[in-house]
Design a protein around this ligand. Structure first.
Ligand SMILES: CCCC/C=C/CC(=O)SCCNC(=O)CCNC(=O)[C@H](O)C(C)(C)COP(=O)(O)OP(=O)(O)OC[C@H]1O[C@@H](n2cnc3c(N)ncnc32)[C@H](O)[C@@H]1OP(=O)(O)O
Length: 278
């Protein structure tokens, strides 16, 4: 009998640390069973191939370990994620561009298509690919004085439909269209007003607490029913994405390797470097 109880206890025990990769770490909250996935690629969590692979494997690990929910956050102090690593897109050959885009797709589908409750504790700026990750989640709490948004058109590039899905799920159509065509970055305060985020918080701890509270709202809901209901809402976007997945990589490679797009990226990078030296 005692042996059986121990086994039962063992089955319920939630480890306090699940897994780390080079650029992610995962901790499980002992009380809640919720996984906190921290991105840690200083200084700005820019998304290169390795980072995206690490993120994808952490998301699947959390899903497979039957955690009760996933909170995505950053280990860096003022940036959630600066989006795709422009250094890996600038002067890159077609194969490198294709691999980078494929890995971005893989992370998005892992997070957007996750059956778990997902929340983003946005403890810093979240432009472009950073916004993509945050809007793939179901709930967002964000620190003040930061920016979030899909600014692709500012780089002379187009966000494909799947990349816009998170935005479209959250924002009214007219606002989403205007923000995407402008390449607008919302301040935290503007993001709250637009409904792009759910709460403004004063610290990372508070952001994590709000995310935990959100995930806690499902405590009494059957997890399978919850997950299938969530995925019904997302099924059309996921199906459409799966249909164009390969073509989307080809389109990205063709666009990103154009000399004029490379020039915009080079100038953008140079401006970033100039700004950071000031
Ligand atoms: C062709 C189709 C492509 C379609 C899709 C694209 C999706 C993308 O995700 S494109 C990436 C777009 N990202 C951005 O526009 C964000 C650029 N970064 C920023 O605006 C700022 O860095 C920040 C607001 C995120 C943070 O500002 P902060 O003042 O804290 O840091 P900085 O001094 O600006 O940066 C520190 C350091 O990091 C470098 N860096 C910043 N962002 C990127 C990036 N996305 N890729 C590569 N490197 C980046 C920046 O140059 C600084 O480097 P140095 O210290 O070496 O000068």
């Amino acid at each position: 009998m005692m042996h059986l109880n121990l086994l039962r206890l063992g089955a319920c025990r939630v480890p306090s640390r699940l897994m780390s990769t080079k650029s992610t770490s995962v901790e499980i909250n002992d009380k809640t069973g919720v996984a906190i996935l921290s991105m840690c690629r200083p200084p700005v969590n820019s998304q290169n191939v390795q980072f995206l692979r690490d993120l994808k494997s952490s998301i699947y690990e959390i899903e497979n370990n039957k955690s009760r929910g996933l909170i995505l956050t950053s280990a860096n102090s003022n940036v959630f994620s600066a989006g795709l690593d422009i250094l890996e897109m600038y002067n890159a050959d077609k194969e490198q561009l294709g691999t980078l885009w494929t890995e971005l797709q893989n992370v998005w589908i892992a997070l957007y298509g996750s059956g778990l409750p997902t929340a983003a504790a946005i403890n810093g700026h979240a432009p472009a690919g950073g916004c993509l990750l945050a809007t793939a989640c179901e709930y967002r709490a964000m620190l003040p004085n930061c920016v979030i948004g899909l600014n692709e058109t500012q780089l002379g590039i187009i966000a494909p439909k799947w990349l816009m899905s998170g935005y479209q799920n959250i924002l009214p159509q007219r606002l989403a269209e205007r923000a995407l065509t402008q390449g607008r970055l919302f301040t935290t305060e503007e993001a709250l007003k637009a409904g792009l985020i759910d709460e403004i918080v004063n610290s990372k701890e508070e952001a994590l607490e709000k995310c935990l509270n959100f995930i806690g709202t499902f405590a009494k809901v059957n997890p399978l029913a919850r997950s299938l209901t969530k995925l019904q809402f997302r099924a059309a976007n996921i199906k459409e994405f799966e249909k164009i997945r390969q073509k989307d990589v080809e389109d990205f490679v063709s666009l990103a390797s154009r000399p004029e797009v490379q020039k915009v990226m080079g100038d953008y990078l140079e401006n970033l470097k100039k700004k950071s030296k000031k």
